[in-house]
Design a protein around this ligand. Structure first.
Ligand SMILES: *Cc1c(COP(=O)(O)O)cnc(C)c1O
Ligand SMILES: [Zn+2]
Length: 500
């Protein structure tokens, strides 16, 4: 819709102007730093950072009803930079001029309601939010759109060129980072660091196709993370892991969208998300808190963070109920089908600890829970979800297995509705699907496929057809008719059809 056609009282709010200023704030020593240079940890104490916005005086004066109107009308606006995460511009990074915003089609992913069969099997109504429909096929694009928009702004306004971006990855961060860096090819070169053999072939192909320098090293993700952290402390590189607080801001759009898609009523929703490096759950908590503070929503949803038994440090931390007794200890991971979340020492843990406390305080009761699920439960859930019309990856299966567990533990009262993150596209993880459908899982995963789900291609080859037809060559002449006849009969037999 053209700007002139919007109601007069809303028109002036639709295309935002940069306002206020932003600061890095250290979660440990509370020191603040300006955003004029690249910063990933606190220069005073080494603590982890979050970004805060010192708003211009006009912003807090807007009430919740006005914000809701702005976002609902902005949805109809055809202005490119405001089509993705920056629909919520004022709540994300309201200092970046629109001309620097990079939009590659990310965000506003569909929420797909579980059909009756799946709802019946799980026990409550729920939606999958299909993050696999982002441009690099995972939710990572939300954070990357923000981080790269800021980098674009910083580099161009400060005349920095030839910057190298770098990240460690379980697969999806590198796919996303390389894609966005490739779009800014005049400005950036990108390198990604992967644990050898621990990303799928599809994930490996993504940064290669985007032209990144792809580095594989022995060890697991946690080792790669240590290497890129050391690199970013020693050399002038732009780190694109979720230690980079701009990524957290972009990922907060996930919460904003859920709120908007339920007409800002989320008190009866249960948001379920897998946890790896804990950037996404950090952003989800922070996002809902911001919308509550601005009166866009009246009540906070329940949040359930899910981990595999094979990579469960956050779950273990919260096993201790007494907050004064809690102690974080990294774990050594074992192979997990939720490979993108196979992380033993999550970088965002200090953010989680602070935000979970704030969230439960704001909700005036415990509204965030952490659960663990087995590899078997993850795979069974993914297979069942996809057999009912979804496109869930293994991490989406982890969400669903966690939702089932949450219902079993009485955390989801009758009448509440789940929103489960399917964090990537299932095709990135088709190797796990194949191991399941063909019963080929290596023993360390401890996954035994359910027999009724076994599914392999059936070769249709009626007896006597061999001489008529070779694989890959077309049938010719008289043989063709006989061939069609034979093969139709054979297919009818296999799929059990009766003649009309
Ligand atoms: C990165 C990733 C996760 C884990 O998210 P964190 O923010 O690291 O906790 C889960 N699923 C997929 C598909 C991912 O790419
Ligand atoms: Zn500090």
């Amino acid at each position: 819709m053209k700007l002139a056609e919007f109601p007069e009282d809303i028109r002036n709010y639709l295309i935002p102007e940069p306002s206020g200023s932003m600061l890095y704030r250290c979660l440990m020593c509370r020191d603040e730093f300006d955003i004029d240079h690249l910063l990933y940890t606190c220069p005073s104490c080494g603590g982890i950072l979050m970004l805060s916005h010192q708003s211009a005086p006009a912003l807090p004066a807007r009430d919740g009803a006005l914000w809701r109107r702005i976002f609902d009308f902005r949805r109809m606006l055809n202005v490119n930079p405001l089509k993705g995460i920056f629909r919520y511009y004022e709540f994300i990074a309201p200092i970046i001029p629109l001309e620097f915003i990079v939009y590659l089609g990310e965000a506003h992913t569909p929420m797909v309601m579980a059909n009756d069969q799946l709802e019946g099997a799980v026990g409550r109504p729920f939606y999958f939010k299909n993050e696999g429909l982002n441009p690099s096929l995972s939710f990572k694009d939300r954070g990357m759109a923000c981080a790269l928009s800021f980098l674009n702004y910083l580099a161009k306004s400060k005349g920095i060129g030839d910057l190298l971006t770098i990240c460690a990855s379980t697969g999806d961060t590198s796919a996303s980072a390389a894609l966005y860096a490739a779009y800014l090819t005049d400005l950036l070169k990108s390198a990604v660091l992967l644990p050898e053999g621990k990303v799928t072939a599809q994930q490996l192909s993504q940064p290669l196709g985007s032209g990144a320098t792809v580095l594989e090293m022995p060890g697991v993700f946690d080792d790669c993370m240590k290497v890129v952290e050391t690199l970013s402390e020693t050399y002038p590189v732009a780190l694109l892991n979720s230690k980079n607080s701009w990524r957290i801001l972009g990922q907060e759009s996930y919460s904003f969208e859920i709120a908007q898609n339920f007409d800002y009523r989320v008190g009866d929703k249960v948001i379920v998300v897998p946890i790896g490096n804990a950037g996404n759950i950090t952003a989800i908590i922070s996002g809902f808190l911001k919308f509550l503070a601005a009166n866009l929503i009246a009540e906070l949803p329940t949040i359930v963070g899910v981990q595999s038994e094979h990579a469960n440090p956050v779950y273990r931390y919260y096993l201790e109920d007494d907050t004064s007794q809690r102690q974080f200890a990294p774990v050594e991971v074992s192979p997990s089908v939720a490979q993108a979340a196979m992380i033993g020492n999550p970088v965002s843990m200090p953010r989680v600890i602070e935000l979970v406390r704030d969230y439960n305080e704001a909700a005036e009761r415990k509204k965030i829970f952490f659960l663990e699920v087995s590899e078997q439960e993850i795979m069974d859930a993914m297979i069942v979800a996809n057999k009912n019309g979804n496109i869930s990856c293994t991490q989406g299966g982890e969400s669903m297995a966690g939702f089932i567990k949450a219902i079993g533990q009485g955390l989801v009262p009758e009448g509440e509705i789940g929103v489960l993150a399917a964090t990537a596209h299932v095709l990135k993880f088709s190797s796990f699907q194949e191991m399941y459908l063909t019963d080929q899982f290596p023993p360390e995963y401890k996954v035994k496929p359910r027999r009724e789900f076994r599914n392999i291609p059936i070769h249709v080859k009626p007896k006597g057809m061999g001489k008529i037809l070779e694989t890959g060559t077309p049938t010719r002449g008289k043989d063709r008719e006989a061939f069609i006849h034979e093969i139709v009969a054979e297919i009818a037999r296999i799929v059990d059809l009766k003649k009309r």
